[in-house]
Design a protein around this ligand. Structure first.
Ligand SMILES: Cc1ncc(COP(=O)(O)O)c(C=O)c1O
Length: 344
């Protein structure tokens, strides 16, 4: 798999995927003594952690003979995997067809189309509904000649890509000092693959998963039963069914966080750290700060995943009207002085 190595000229954009910077958080930690570093996946060329699996899924399919020249890549995506696949497909000359639930931001749909993909927006429905985005993608793949379904929720190439890249990078960038790893599963590829690598190196590394309120993962981890899911606004993480790519064995603990807390932290990270991030990163960093306070040890080392860029959520997390319409108007900034010039 293509993996960034030297700051020399690159042969193509795919060679810039990975070796994302690890950056210390200094202000949103509110004085906690335990250092927190984020692995800034927004530095990937497609702007998210999913670039790692885009190229990995395509190269594995090519090697297996499941994807042929001029072929079509089909996937159900919350957006970022589609963008990761589209980046690699552009370089390699494949077509793309993506299904995406209508809950996801307009920016993601526009980005996928900008890369030349055909995008089908599906209703946000339960997994057993025939219009569920994963089911529609499967149907399109069956009906499209010379096509390949990337299948990120089942294809073990997904966690394996993180075992081979994200995990080793975290280990090397912290020189083996990482003590806590915080991420949030959508497919579970990132947390399962990276956690497996880190625990193989040091079984004492503690792995904490964030789960949005309404997702079934946290409840399942405690009871072994899949409960009823409920709607939530954070994108790309949680689910109301269990993906085959989420390996609970490598995760020590789940913590549930609501939309408001996630978005509040995403906005703080942007303004106080200069890192433009989305809601899933806000959720993860909220938990990382909780852990920093609990651990209270300057020798410990918390690493959290920064999943993607806030530019993808300008119409939502960073849009005052949207926040007000969704009952989170208290996150909106109100000008100090009512006499100042009117803001646009
Ligand atoms: C914004 C965002 N954060 C986090 C994730 C979770 O990553 P994974 O699917 O590897 O669990 C995703 C997955 O789509 C995502 O889009």
């Amino acid at each position: 798999m293509t993996h960034k190595a030297h700051p020399r000229p690159y042969d193509d954009v795919l060679a810039t995927i990975g070796w994302t910077p690890m950056i210390r958080l200094n202000r949103v930690t509110d004085g906690a003594r335990t250092p927190i570093y984020v692995k800034a996946e927004s530095f990937n060329p497609g702007g998210s952690v999913k670039d790692r699996i885009g190229i990995a899924l395509i190269e594995a399919a090519e090697a297996e003979g499941a994807l042929h020249p001029g072929g079509t890549i089909v996937e159900g995506t919350s957006g970022n995997t589609g963008i990761g696949l589209a980046v690699a497909a552009a370089v390699k000359g494949y077509q793309c067809v993506f299904t995406i639930p209508d809950k996801m931001s307009d920016e993601k749909v526009r980005l996928l189309r900008a890369f030349g993909a055909r995008v089908i927006v599906t209703p946000t429905v339960e997994p057993d509904h025939p219009e569920y985005y994963g089911t529609v993608a499967r149907r399109i793949a069956e009906e499209t000649p010379n096509s390949f379904l990337a299948d990120q929720f089942y294809n073990q190439v997904n966690p394996d890509a993180h075992y081979r890249t994200t995990g080793p990078e975290i280990w090397e960038q912290t020189e083996g000092r990482v003590t806590h790893f915080v991420a949030s599963p959508g497919t579970g590829g990132t947390i399962s693959g990276a956690a497996r690598f880190l625990k193989e190196r040091n079984p004492d590394v503690r792995v904490i998963a964030g789960d949005p309120e309404g997702s079934v993962f946290a409840g399942y981890s405690r009871t072994g039963e899949v409960g009823e899911g409920a709607a939530y606004k954070v994108e790309g993480i949680g689910n109301d069914k269990l993906p085959a790519t989420l390996h609970f064995d490598w995760i020590d603990e789940f913590r549930t966080v609501d939309d408001h807390t996630s978005f509040h932290m995403a906005r703080r990270i942007t303004r106080e750290e200069g890192l433009f991030v989305g809601g899933s990163t806000g959720l993860i960093v909220h938990i990382a700060v909780e852990i920093a306070r609990e651990v209270d040890d300057p020798e410990a080392c918390i690493v959290a995943i920064l999943c993607d860029t806030g530019e993808r959520y300008l119409s939502k997390v960073f849009n005052d009207e949207w926040l007000e319409e969704n009952g989170m108007g208290d996150l909106v900034d109100r000008p100090e002085s009512p006499d100042g010039p009117e803001e646009r």
